[in-house]
Design a protein around this ligand. Structure first.
Ligand SMILES: Nc1nc2c(c(=O)[nH]1)N[C@H]1C(S)=C(S)[C@@H](COP(=O)(O)O)O[C@H]1N2
Ligand SMILES: [Mo]
Length: 300
């Protein structure tokens, strides 16, 4: 068994949705007592902010996945029939071990770990999601990227038969995203296979999606079928579509407005009041160093 299914997980390792609220109470207490050092890293992070998970129902029914339409409820309504078994991931470009890997081999025998991360959409809404995933940094080295591998490009499945949005010109298909190598290898970058202790539903990007918590949601590409090591920055979908609105880096930055709206505030799904958006979506301490010396207004 390569990627653990919920049934294979030790029940003590996962937290049912209804327990999150209580865990949160515990974390508050733990933080007060200075006991955070005893907690798993993902939970320590939770102790620094009131990371209350967005209800499962919202996480799985309010989605962006343009392959199934541009409406927020389209993916939940029509992604169900996407066939995710079998699934193959092609590894290409500047590496010693390219090839076609069936999903289980691609993930090798890594166990998915649970991480509570914020996801911030460029549209101004956000969610807090208990992801199950494997750090990309544990997977990429197996393909032995060469010295020319400066970036990693990710591609979503192209199949207009199964993805009705791809029968329209909503976006240039297939959906493509990319990261600089150091961003891809950062310990916060996750390849998610599940959320809330269960396998991903199709609307959330099954069977394999990226989660880059300090970047706007569009970087977190869904239903990945190809990973390519490149020397030049990959041409990414939203950057191709509207270069003045969506840059390659797409780091969450309250000080750089989208040309058509402000990025200073966000609405956490399920909450009434808007809250201040944090630099790097709250992960500045961990990731700001990746961009030392860069002009983040130019490299937005
Ligand atoms: N292939 C693909 N990946 C995608 C998208 C998409 O349209 N197609 N939308 C992105 C956007 S804009 C966001 S905000 C997140 C949303 O993920 P979620 O709906 O599962 O919360 O997925 C991202 N990944
Ligand atoms: Mo988004």
């Amino acid at each position: 068994m390569l990627i653990q299914k919920p049934a294979d997980l030790d029940p003590s390792e996962i937290t049912p949705p209804e327990l999150y609220a209580r865990r949160r109470e515990f974390l508050k207490t733990a933080a007060v007592l200075g006991a955070a050092a005893l907690l798993p890293p993902s939970m320590v992070q939770a102790a620094t902010d009131d990371l209350k998970p967005t209800p499962y129902k919202d996480v799985t029914s309010y989605n962006n996945f343009y392959e199934f339409g541009s409406g927020k409820t389209d993916p939940a309504e029509s992604a169900g029939s996407l066939k995710i078994k079998p699934w193959t991931v092609a590894v290409e470009g500047h590496c010693e071990k390219p090839g076609q890997y069936v999903l289980e081999d691609f993930l090798a025998s890594h166990t998915a770990e649970e991480r509570l991360y914020r996801l911030r959409c460029v549209e101004g809404w956000s969610m807090v999601i208990p992801w199950l995933g494997i750090p990309l940094a544990k997977i990429l080295p197996r393909f032995q990227p060469t010295a020319s591998a400066k970036y990693v490009e990710f591609t979503t499945l192209l199949d207009p038969e199964q993805m009705p949005g791809q029968r329209t010109r909503l976006l240039p298909w297939p959906y493509i995203e990319g990261l600089r190598m150091d961003e891809a290898m950062h310990p916060l970058t996750l390849l998610a296979t599940g959320l809330y202790g269960k396998e991903l539903l199709n609307q959330n990007g099954a069977p394999l999606r990226l989660v880059v918590p300090w970047k706007y949601g569009f970087k977190s590409i869904k239903s990945i079928v190809k990973i390519r090591f490149t020397e030049q920055p990959p041409a990414t979908t939203w950057n191709l579509e509207a270069p003045s609105e969506y840059g390659f880096y797409a780091n969450v930055n309250p000080d750089v407005d989208h040309p058509r709206w402000s990025q200073k505030k966000e609405r956490r799904i399920g909450e009434f009041f808007r809250r201040d958006t944090l630099p790097f979506n709250g992960y500045a301490e961990q990731v700001a160093g990746l961009y030392a010396g860069m002009d983040l207004r130019k490299n937005f």
